[in-house]
Every structure is written in structure tokens, then in C-alpha cells.
Design a protein. Structure first.
Length: 161
């Protein structure tokens, strides 16, 4: 019987661990990923319906502080959803696309907050510019993951702003 040297044993163990990690990572399908993230997005979407329901009306009526507070609160909710979305194991083949999508989601959260701060400072033209940017990034996010056929993970800020 031949005994393996410790360095050879280490090499065999390392190869086994790498192969196991790759196999485990590849087990996640797009459908599994979608099933994991849609409930996160649904919670965020439902929260935003409540938080943002009067934003347009408040802005039209000059209640900028109320609208600002709602946008900042929606930003915090989206940041929480983003943090959860980042923890979901992704399909290996889709990691680059999902990283891009998550980057857009993070940018949307920042723009919601930025728009709210602009309204709070009574800077309507800055808020309008930020809102345009927000809609642009939402469209980029949605087109990036179009093939996933998300329902709740489609961001539509134009409904509220």
C-alpha cells in the first residue's frame, strides 16, 4: 500500500473542495434564483405602494417636505431589499448580468434619496433631474434582466414620481 505525502493529500483535498464549490454554485438555476428574489422584491414593491402613494399629489400641492420624506423612506426600503438580494445565490452563468442589475438597483436607491433631499431643500429642478435619472436607471435595470421575466423585480418609479 502506498501512502500519500501530506502535500499530495492537500492537493487532492483542494481539488475536491474546488470541484464541490463549483458543483454547488452551478446547482442554482434561473428559475430557482427567480423564486428566491421575487418575494424580496414583492415586499419592497408593496412597501413602496404605501410609502409613495401620495408623492405625486404632494409635489403638485407644494407639500415638498412630505414628498421628500416618502422618497427617503422608499430609498431606505430599497436599500434593505438590495442588501437581501445581494445574499441570494446566483446562477453562475448569469453572475455578470445580475451584478450589473444589482448595481442599477443600488443606484436607484441612491437616486430616490437624492430626489428626496432635493425636494426637502425646495430644489424642484434638481429633483426633476434626479427623477429623470431614476427612471433611466430603472429602465436599464429592467432591460438588463428582461430574460428573467421578473414580475415584482421590475422597478417602475414612474408610477409614483
Amino acid at each position: 500500500m502506498r501512502v500519500l505525502r501530506p502535500s499530495a493529500l492537500f492537493l487532492v483535498a483542494a481539488i475536491f473542495l474546488c470541484a464541490s464549490a463549483v458543483a454547488a454554485a452551478e446547482e442554482v438555476s434561473v428559475e430557482t434564483y427567480k423564486a428566491a428574489v421575487e418575494p424580496i422584491c414583492q415586499r419592497n414593491s408593496n412597501a413602496n405602494k404605501k410609502i409613495l402613494k401620495n408623492v405625486k399629489k404632494d409635489v403638485r400641492q407644494g407639500k415638498l417636505k412630505l414628498a421628500a420624506a416618502a422618497l427617503i423612506k422608499a430609498s431606505a426600503a430599497l436599500n434593505r431589499a438590495y442588501a437581501e438580494l445581494k445574499t441570494v445565490q446566483q446562477p453562475v452563468a448569469e453572475e455578470a448580468i445580475l451584478a450589473k442589475w444589482l448595481g442599477y438597483v443600488k443606484k436607484e436607491a441612491a437616486l430616490l434619496s437624492q430626489t428626496g433631499r432635493a425636494l426637502r431643500a425646495n430644489r424642484k429642478s434638481k429633483a426633476s433631474h434626479d427623477e429623470t435619472q431614476l427612471n433611466h436607471y430603472a429602465n436599464l435595470a429592467n432591460s438588463t434582466v428582461f430574460s428573467f421575466h421578473f414580475h415584482y423585480c421590475r422597478f417602475e418609479p414612474s408610477k409614483y414620481t
